[in-house]
Design a protein around this ligand. Structure first.
Ligand SMILES: Cc1cc2nc3c(=O)[nH]c(=O)nc-3n(C[C@H](O)[C@H](O)[C@H](O)COP(=O)(O)OP(=O)(O)OC[C@H]3O[C@@H](n4cnc5c(N)ncnc54)[C@H](O)[C@@H]3O)c2cc1C
Ligand code: SF4
Length: 465
């Protein structure tokens, strides 16, 4: 067997000092030469454990082998059959804790860059192959999908491919869910999302925006008045959590959800070409250390903040952000305040934020989540002078839909109860998946749940249950 190179082929990226001032994509993508070079590193193992780490079971060595052999159409076909959103997942999946973590190369070297190769193949497909010819449904049954995030979009696409007439109802004015309003342009350019949505439209999926199920229409009306045969609920977990500390109502305090929605969906970064401005101060603190926190702080820098601070009550080890986002944030100049717990937001007489009072922490025994519990250090309080505070400490499902529909069982945390393999909820012909069921998770888990539910709905309507 030829000797394999130890290191991944690096992803070309724009210099930190330049990219941190604009919203253009940070990673530039592999060239064909990079992709072929990296694909050669794969060992084509007898036991490709990498596949076990992929929530949708992409045939990883096969698609990588197709890249190495120069068969990009074959690679694209294999990828898309397993993962309906490869260009998106190639950019945002936490590969280091999934496929790449299990790759056999890790025993001695760095893993194969599976995510970078996925992105390369999916981008080639988008740029080099025509959009599908428009199709019309071949089956009589209509299916409604609530929520146009990855779970809903993937479910809709799979059902349309099976011949169903599918209507997606989305509360916001544009489809995409977190992919549209949460993850910024510099990580996921919206032209990629728009292309995926155009593919769905050509498959016959109808997307109706500005409709809140539970307010504009009820879930029951979808069956009784609109004649849908089944419903998939993919409404996500978009309700932000707050800390409950003094000062949270001051001007200049945002939930990360609102902050990112104003920047991404309302395109505040493009003001005055877009209608909605967003005033970002000179010093911004983001509380939390997940992907949402990294997106919020890096967006704040791009909106003009000169000092960008992450405040997190645990340590670097417990941080949940993707490794790549963390490294990019460090390169761009974000400062990390580990083991720091915010206890009060301070303001001036006019009600604007002036500072964040914090307390130093140390790590104690593990808590219920298995992570070391942060314990306050007496007398360690101090103030960080800041102009904005952005809270990125988690989200839960919005209760609106559930409150207005009877018979849907939920967990104590407000998540819908649904069977893991089918998405079947406690109500017949109502299926669910994605963050609405799991709580805040990942794009690929939501996409996988949408795909499984589509198959279960098809089996149900075909009388296979
Ligand atoms: C800022 C941020 C960064 C993230 N970064 C990553 C990352 O790098 N990698 C990763 O894998 N994951 C990431 N995630 C998590 C990931 O985006 C989510 O797990 C995923 O989007 C969940 O998909 P979903 O379809 O279940 O829900 P969502 O994407 O939340 O979509 C739900 C949709 O339903 C709509 N909706 C809600 N209620 C109703 C209603 N009553 N009627 C009609 N429509 C409704 C919402 O408007 C929304 O469009 C990130 C999340 C955030 C917030
Ligand atoms: S484990 Fe790594 S080296 Fe082996 S087949 Fe998968 S990607 Fe290739």
């Amino acid at each position: 067997m030829p000797v394999k190179r130890a290191n991944k082929t690096p992803m070309p990226e724009r210099p930190a000092g330049i990219r941190s001032h604009d919203f253009r994509e940070v990673n530039e993508g592999y060239s064909l030469a990079h992709a072929a070079f990296e694909a050669e590193r794969c060992l084509r193992c007898q036991d490709p454990v990498c596949i076990e780490g992929c929530p949708v079971g992409i045939p990883i060595p096969d698609f990588i082998h197709a890249v190495a052999a120069g068969d990009l159409p074959g690679a694209a076909r294999q990828l898309r059959e397993a993962n309906p959103l490869p260009a998106i997942c190639g950019r945002v999946c936490p590969q280091e804790s999934q496929c790449e973590m299990l790759c056999h190369m890790v025993k001695r070297f760095r893993p194969v860059a599976i995510g970078h190769l996925e992105r390369y193949v999916a981008d080639w497909e988008r740029m080099e192959t025509p959009l599908p010819e428009p199709r019309t449904p071949t089956r009589a049954e209509k299916i409604a999908v609530i929520g146009a995030g990855p779970a809903g979009l993937v479910c809709a696409g799979e059902l349309a491919r099976l011949g169903y007439a599918v209507t997606v109802y989305e509360a916001l004015h544009a489809p995409g869910g977190v992919l549209r309003y949460g993850i910024p342009e510099f990580r996921l350019p919206k032209e990629i999302l728009d292309w995926e949505i155009e593919v769905l439209r050509r498959l016959g999926v109808e997307i109706v925006c500005n409709v809140i199920i539970g307010k504009t229409l009820t879930l029951d009306a979808l069956f009784d008045d609109y004649g849908f045969a089944a419903v998939f609920v993919g409404t996500g977990a978009g309700l932000p959590a707050f800390l409950g500390i003094p000062g949270e109502n001051l001007n200049g305090v945002f939930s990360a959800n609102e902050f990112l929605t104003r920047i991404n969906l309302m395109r505040a970064y493009d003001f005055p070409a877009a209608d909605t401005p967003l005033k970002v101060g000179r010093r911004v603190a983001v509380i939390g250390a997940g992907n949402t926190a990294m997106d919020a702080i890096r967006s704040a820098m791009r909106m003009g903040a000169e000092e960008a601070l992450i405040v997190y009550r645990r340590s670097e080890k417990e941080m949940s952000a993707r490794v790549e986002e963390y490294h990019h944030a460090i390169e761009e100049g974000v400062q990390f305040n580990w083991l720091t717990n915010p206890i009060e937001i301070l303001g001036d007489k006019e009600g604007w934020v002036t500072g964040l009072k914090c307390q130093r922490m140390r790590l104690g025994e593990p808590d219920a989540s298995g992570r070391a519990r942060p314990v306050p250090i007496e007398g360690s309080e101090f103030v960080l002078p800041v102009d904005n505070v952005v809270l990125a400490i988690g989200t839960t499902p919005n209760p609106l839909l559930i409150k207005t529909a009877s018979g849907l069982e939920t967990t104590r945390r407000g998540c819908l109860v649904a069977e893991e393999t089918t998405g079947q909820t406690s109500r017949r012909r109502i299926y669910a998946g994605g963050d609405a069921v799991t709580g805040a998770a990942t794009v690929i888990l939501a996409a996988g749940a949408g795909k499984r539910a589509a198959r279960a709905i098809h089996a149900d309507l075909s009388g296979e249950h």
